[in-house]
Ligand binder design. Structure first.
Ligand SMILES: [Zn+2]
Ligand SMILES: [Zn+2]
Length: 382
């Protein structure tokens, strides 16, 4: 079983479970299949034996929380992990090898193979397929206004790429890597165990198929280094907070001539001090006085583009009522929203002088209008 197989194999499918299955579900599925394909029950049946091996291997990984998480991550991120675990050795072999090491090195070897052009690393037909690069994730923070109008922003991205000093060869400039003598450049050796031949990454070249005598000083011979690049991201008008935009071809470089992955940019929109958002509509809260609410008024309301609009508040408007100003919301490719204005009756903190006299006079002439009459009557009845 080769390292590459780990990435290609779907352990979930082997056990007939899925990524969300619980440990219990996995155990049940495994037991059922193990009983069915156990060698004792299928003497001499090679297919059953092979199947049993597959099941055991899948269960070995999925039944262990750490291994399962690692496996999930590997399958999700693939080559993004390459090199992360450095030159760790391969464990005792078989399905129990440490997946982190295995993937780290194997994928790195694969990646380097691609950078060498695959020529020297051949010898395993079909084994080095062109593969799309990994998707990378990024994040931008936009002002409320920029998110509303749409903007082109740039994103500094730090990710692995072919080392610029050695152009990915891993060899000190002026020298070049040579084909590994132990594996003849295939990156694989076959180990016999219990009657099975296990292909495993070559120990001499760590599965790369190439050996570097004088490592590149910039990348220590790995051939990849972390590099910063700038990607322009076009953010459409009306983008929502925490929306994810896909920028095709701006992810990690492809392997063996495959296309680059995509860049997934999550947009964080900072809240506005005045305006809020409900779909394509903008919301704003406008204070009005008690007299404006009672007698009616035409008030000026701000819009996001800076212009003021007039809003007619009819007599007898209760606090908290929302009015709609057509076409003053967000303009997106889909539609133009409205401005939703919620009026709040503002109560003065201090009333003095003539205003106080007027209010007291108002209180006297409206003394019979008890707003709590219904409330009290209702409370008594129930
Ligand atoms: Zn280098
Ligand atoms: Zn080798």
């Amino acid at each position: 079983m080769s390292a590459r197989d780990y990435l290609d194999k779907d352990f979930y499918a082997v056990l007939g479970v899925n990524k969300t299955s619980t440990a219990d579900d996995i155990k049940k599925a495994y037991r059922k299949l193990a009983r069915q394909f156990h060698p004792d029950a299928n003497a001499g049946d090679e297919k059953a034996e092979e199947k049993f091996k597959e099941i055991s291997e899948a269960y070995d990984v999925l039944s262990n929380d750490d291994k399962r998480r690692e496996y999930d991550e590997m399958r999700q991120y693939g080559g993004a992990f390459s090199g992360a675990s450095g030159g760790g050795g391969y464990g005792p072999g078989g399905p129990n090898v440490n997946l982190g090491d295995l993937f780290g090195n194997a994928d790195l070897g694969d990646m380097l193979g691609g950078m060498f052009g695959g020529a020297g690393a051949g010898g395993r037909p079909g084994g080095r397929r062109a593969a799309k690069g990994d998707d990378l994730a990024g994040r931008v923070t936009l002002s409320f206004r920029d998110a509303a109008s749409g903007v082109t922003t740039s994103l500094a991205l730090r990710s692995e790429a072919a080392c610029t000093t050695c152009r990915g060869s891993g060899a000190k400039p002026g020298t070049s890597p040579h084909t590994c003598a132990s594996c003849g450049g295939s990156g694989q050796t076959v180990r016999q165990q219990g009657g099975f031949g296990f292909a495993e990454p070559c120990r001499a070249c760590h599965g790369r198929g190439q050996v570097v005598d004088d490592p590149c000083p910039a990348c220590s011979g790995v051939g990849v280094s972390m590099q910063t690049r700038t990607v322009n991201v076009r953010v459409p008008a009306g983008v929502k907070n925490e929306a994810t935009l896909r920028v095709p071809g701006k992810g990690a470089p492809g392997r063996h001539g495959g296309p680059a992955g995509d860049l997934l940019v999550t947009v964080h929109v900072t809240p506005h001090a005045v305006f809020g958002r409900k779909g394509d509509n903008l919301t704003v809260s406008a204070p009005i006085t008690f007299t404006e609410a009672a007698l009616g008024a035409t008030i000026a309301v701000p819009t996001l583009d800076g212009e003021l609009v007039k809003l007619k508040v009819p007599a007898g408007t209760p606090s908290g009522r929302t009015f709609r100003v057509k076409g003053r919301g967000l303009t997106t490719s889909r539609a133009t929203g409205d401005l939703l204005v919620t009026v709040d009756v503002a109560v003065p903190q201090r009333v003095t002088g003539k205003a106080k006299d007027a209010l007291q006079q108002y209180a006297e002439v409206t003394a019979d209008d008890d707003p709590r009459r219904d409330l009290l009557a209702q409370a008594e009845k129930e």
